[in-house]
Write a protein that binds this ligand. Structure first.
Ligand code: 5RP
Length: 236
């Protein structure tokens, strides 16, 4: 029986590697979260091990990224120890034609926004299923909330026209707890006509730490596609 290659996995692998190829020696690298970025972190480790890449330091956006960086031998640093980030590589759940994003599928969007926004160059790595005309059309918008503010924050979101639901754990009873010890509300908006305005409005609700709208943060979007069984990378 021949093993079928999952096309989405193939797209993620190739686009992750393509982004890791853009990292130069001697740079500080923001390490994103998710299954696509995991391939980028692995490839960075391979490049370090082969000696092709030297002297990089990673700043992880999550516990997951930290664990992977350690596994693949990438030295880490912190935002206290460095005053800049040269390049960040991170995934996304939706990308619109203006390169605005919805992130937070891994509940890591708060740290991701800190690291990705600080990077001189932020490269988004996605497979082609993530491209949308309007944000909010295929993915619920994640909002990280401090636990004591959960109920009032949900009511405030409903007043804005959103339908909030508390994100529940998988293989864990109860809600997802973020790396900061908070909870995530996933919100369905009928349409997100003005992402910049909604990003600010949501962050203005008391108890909301951060939401998954990334407006004007991405510099480059690399899209992995499969055509005639062959992976190819497109940039926009
Ligand atoms: C985590 C994220 C991820 O980057 C996003 O969910 C994409 O993940 P994947 O590459 O696994 O599809 O925002 O908070």
């Amino acid at each position: 029986m021949s093993a079928e290659i999952d096309p989405v996995k193939l797209m993620k692998q190739e686009v992750g590697k393509a982004a890791a190829e853009r990292v130069l020696s001697g740079t500080i690298v923001g390490l994103g979260t998710g299954s696509t970025t995991a391939y980028a972190i692995e490839h960075l480790g391979n490049r370090l091990q082969s000696g092709e890449l030297k002297d990089i330091k990673g700043i992880p956006t999550s516990f997951q990224a930290e664990v992977l960086a350690k596994k693949y031998g990438i030295p880490l640093t912190t935002l206290d120890a460095t005053d800049h980030i040269d390049i960040a590589i991170d995934g996304a759940d939706e990308v619109d034609p203006q390169k605005n994003l919805v992130k937070g599928g891994g509940a890591a969007h708060t740290r991701e926004k800190i690291v990705d926004s600080l990077a001189e160059q932020f490269i988004v790595v996605v497979d082609s299923t993530k491209l949308v005309e309007t944000l909010g059309s295929s993915f619920l918008l994640p909002v990280e909330v401090i636990p004591m503010a959960l109920s009032p924050a949900m009511r405030a979101i409903e007043n804005l026209g959103g339908k909030p639901e508390l994100r529940m754990g998988v293989k864990k009873a109860g809600p997802v707890i973020t790396d900061q010890g908070n909870m995530v509300i996933d919100v369905k908006f009928d349409s997100i006509a003005n992402p910049a305005e909604l990003e600010k409005t949501l962050n203005n609700i008391p108890g909301v730490l951060e939401n998954g709208l990334f407006v004007g943060v991405a510099n480059v979007v690399l899209v992995g596609e499969v055509k005639d069984g062959q992976p190819l990378i497109r940039e926009f």
